[in-house]
Design a protein around this ligand. Structure first.
Ligand SMILES: *[C@@H]1O[C@H](CO)[C@@H](O)[C@H](O)[C@H]1NC(C)=O
Ligand SMILES: *[C@@H]1O[C@H](CO)[C@@H](O)[C@H](O)[C@H]1NC(C)=O
Ligand SMILES: *[C@@H]1O[C@H](CO)[C@@H](O)[C@H](O)[C@H]1NC(C)=O
Ligand SMILES: *[C@@H]1O[C@H](CO)[C@@H](O)[C@H](O)[C@H]1NC(C)=O
Ligand SMILES: *[C@@H]1O[C@H](CO)[C@@H](O)[C@H](O)[C@H]1NC(C)=O
Ligand SMILES: *[C@@H]1O[C@H](CO)[C@@H](O)[C@H](O)[C@H]1NC(C)=O
Length: 324
């Protein structure tokens, strides 16, 4: 009645088998299962109708001796939606680079706003003398995060740092930190989209698998911790983080960090989309600041207008530059 499901990577064989008793052995008596619902890990899943798979699956018998063919096999597709789950963001992204000293932190209020007046006790200060009593107080063991106070108020923060640039490679450091005092995230996973994942060379101290959802471009990867080493992301505090470095191969003749190219397009932690900073705030390459260009253009325009005003008369000024 309540089978356990496991989440496997795409392409895994025999994802799940359910044996249904008293269904007979003919196509007349065997009926497609209906109304699939995924109850765990929470709401937000919607499952479609079962579709017959032809030919039915072949599988190895439990004793490992025979190959049997199922009488009939169905596929049921369930999708997760953060919107349907009615869950707000639970994760945010901070960005930095070796070529610009600006560290772009998670956007303010990514997961909630810190407001001691309208929402007291919504977070705990890192050096609060009451930290232990709050953590062990009512709500202990609940799945509602108890976050460390911060402008972003997220339980999870992912920091993507563009660390180095070599002739044929470039390097990124990823740090996932836990700002939730209530939860150890065991068997966490991170999904990252970046166009250079088609040429990823080495990923240090995380497991990695390319996800190729549309079969065309390999720009998405799933990362997760090494067993017994960093697959447990500990509660907020000095041990509450895991780190890795990624090495990407590049084409030296065309490669550039311009326009924030070194930063990820999307990041998901445990399937939840993380809030990213606005692209116009990304740390820019010093030579290619678009705002500088814009400012320079504006200054030129003002000078041009002033010259026009100086050379011609009041009418021109009013017409082209306005009274101001
Ligand atoms: C039952 O249906 C499946 C799939 O449509 C088909 O492959 C199989 O031969 C049928 N079996 C019988 C006994 O009709
Ligand atoms: C499907 O299952 C849900 C939850 O058990 C139930 O509320 C709903 O009525 C079922 N729908 C059908 C069509 O059986
Ligand atoms: C987190 O994990 C550590 C180590 O396994 C354990 O000592 C601690 O009690 C856990 N804390 C929570 C809140 O589950
Ligand atoms: C990946 O490497 C190939 C071969 O060097 C190159 O053509 C391609 O542009 C690279 N991809 C990216 C996103 O740089
Ligand atoms: C994407 O990855 C798959 C499997 O790793 C590989 O077979 C395929 O050639 C890759 N495609 C591109 C465009 O890199
Ligand atoms: C670093 O990036 C910021 C944008 O986040 C930009 O305002 C600043 O000018 C850049 N610094 C340099 C030295 O270009």
């Amino acid at each position: 009645r309540d089978p356990t499901t496991v989440d496997l990577l795409p392409g895994a064989p025999n994802g799940m088998q359910i044996t249904v008793g008293r269904s007979g052995t003919s196509n007349r008596t065997v009926k497609a299962p209906k109304n699939f619902t995924l109850k765990a890990p929470g709401p937000g899943y919607t499952c479609g109708a079962a579709q017959k798979v032809k030919p039915p699956t072949k599988f190895i018998s439990p004793d490992g001796r025979r190959t049997t063919q199922a009488h009939v096999t169905w596929d049921v597709i369930c999708t997760y939606s953060q919107f349907v789950a009615q869950r707000g963001p639970a994760c945010c992204v901070a960005l930095s680079s070796f070529y610009n000293e600006t560290i772009v932190d998670c956007p303010k209020c990514s997961c909630g706003c810190q407001n001691n007046i309208t929402n007291p006790g919504s977070c705990v200060e890192v050096n609060s003398p009451y930290l232990a009593s709050v953590v062990n107080g009512p709500g202990k063991g609940s799945s509602t995060p108890l976050v460390r106070c911060s402008p972003h108020m997220c339980p999870i923060k992912v920091h993507w740092h563009v660390k180095a640039n070599y002739r044929d490679y470039w390097r990124v450091k990823i740090t996932i930190s836990n700002w939730n005092y209530r939860t150890n995230y065991s068997q966490w996973n991170l999904v990252v989209q970046h166009p250079n994942f088609d040429n990823v060379t080495t990923i240090f101290s995380f497991n990695y698998k390319a996800l190729n959802p549309y079969g065309v471009i390999n720009d998405t990867a799933m990362l997760w911790g090494l067993k017994y080493y960093n697959d447990l992301l500990m509660v907020a505090g000095p041990n509450g983080n895991v780190q890795s470095e990624l090495l990407f191969r590049k084409d030296p003749s065309t490669f550039t960090f311009e326009k924030g190219w070194g930063f990820p397009r999307r990041i998901y932690f445990n399937g939840e989309s993380c809030v990213m900073p606005q692209p116009d705030l990304y740390p820019w390459l010093p030579s290619s600041s678009p705002r500088l260009t814009k400012t320079a253009f504006l200054a030129l325009a003002i000078v041009a207008c002033a010259m026009v005003a100086f050379l011609y008369n009041h009418l021109v000024l009013d017409k082209y530059c306005g009274k101001s």
